[in-house]
Ligand binder design. Structure first.
Ligand code: AMP
Ligand code: FE
Ligand code: FE
Ligand code: ZN
Length: 284
């Protein structure tokens, strides 16, 4: 791994990672990263702990978030970097999404409970107070009850939409998400947009709309993007002068993804920092 590896996508226990923000910072230092972005789902609650933890480590923290958005049945994740965490519009929208996620998780658990011995308390036992709830916490509860060997197996089985318990949650559209991140002085980058074959998960038309609204980059090097999809994303990035990123999408022990397994070139990272006006990287 190069000396100053830049990893712009990680999750702590503030959402569905398994490490507290301070422990994630310690893991990033151990992994030899130079820059790490904390991008919990729909929450900035880990920023202050992570900022304190980088002090004296030499690691640079990029405060960020992975915003849930929805286009019909398609869930689209938009990474936001270096925005103002107090921006009222963004604060309100993420609070709404976390609330919608909570009720949606309760409904999924109700349905699963008709067929399996699983309660809402089992799920709460797997999540920190106030953390952004999602299927990963239901997965952990299913693992604890012995219905699956690990999170990935739970996702491939009971939590898969084909199993019949799934439902989506309300969230802003990708276009509103990109606009909100920009309005808050942040830099929007679409997360893992090519997980289903050659074409981006959203149509080219929707994609171009996002670019017009201020989408600055695409996460190309991500383990779930397909090879054909990455090639196509690079074409699109070149044509529209977009920043290209690579990241791990680390979730601690919640996913096999390892810190620094994909990374972002320093020149691309510099464009993100330059475009941001909402907050600054925290130099450790
Ligand atoms: P949700 O947003 O509640 O529908 O859950 C989606 C989240 O679950 C994503 O953010 C992923 O981090 C996580 N996830 C999706 N697939 C898997 C998997 N196969 N193994 C572990 N975590 C997963
Ligand atoms: Fe996640
Ligand atoms: Fe994601
Ligand atoms: Zn993620």
């Amino acid at each position: 791994m190069p000396a100053r590896t830049i990893d712009l996508h990680t999750h702590s226990s503030v959402s569905d990672g398994t490490e507290r923000p301070a422990d994630l910072v310690a893991s990033a230092v151990r992994a030899g990263l130079g820059v790490v972005a904390l991008t919990d789902h729909d929450s900035t609650a880990g920023w202050s702990e992570a900022s304190r933890a980088v002090a004296g480590t030499g690691l640079t923290l990029v405060p960020g978030m992975e915003l849930s958005t929805r286009l019909g049945f398609m869930s689209v994740h938009v990474l936001g970097y270096l925005f103002d965490p107090a921006h009222p519009g963004l604060v309100a929208e993420t609070a709404r999404t976390r609330e919608a996620r909570l009720h949606r998780a309760e409904r999924i658990v109700e349905r699963i409970a008709a067929d399996y011995d699983l309660t809402w308390d089992d799920v709460l036992a797997q999540s920190g107070a106030g953390s952004t709830l999602g299927r990963p916490h239901i997965a952990d509860a299913l693992v604890a009850k012995g219905y699956a060997p690990d999170r990935s197996a739970a996702f491939a089985g009971i939590l898969h939409w084909r199993a019949g318990y799934y439902e989506p949650h309300e969230a802003p559209t990708p276009l509103d998400g990109v606009r909100l991140i920009r309005a808050a002085g942040g830099v929007p980058v679409i997360a893992h947009p090519a997980t289903h074959g050659r074409d981006p998960n959203i149509s080219e038309r929707s994609f171009l709309e996002l670019v017009d609204a201020g989408l600055l980059g695409v996460e190309v090097r991500h383990r779930e993007n397909t090879a054909a999809g990455k090639a196509r994303l690079l074409e699109l990035a070149h044509r529209h002068d977009l920043v290209v990123t690579g990241s791990s999408d680390y979730h601690g022990e919640g996913k096999p993804n390892r810190l620094g397994e994909n990374s972002t070139d320093p020149a691309q990272f510099a464009r993100i920092v330059e475009a941001a006006t909402g907050s600054s990287p925290v130099q450790g």
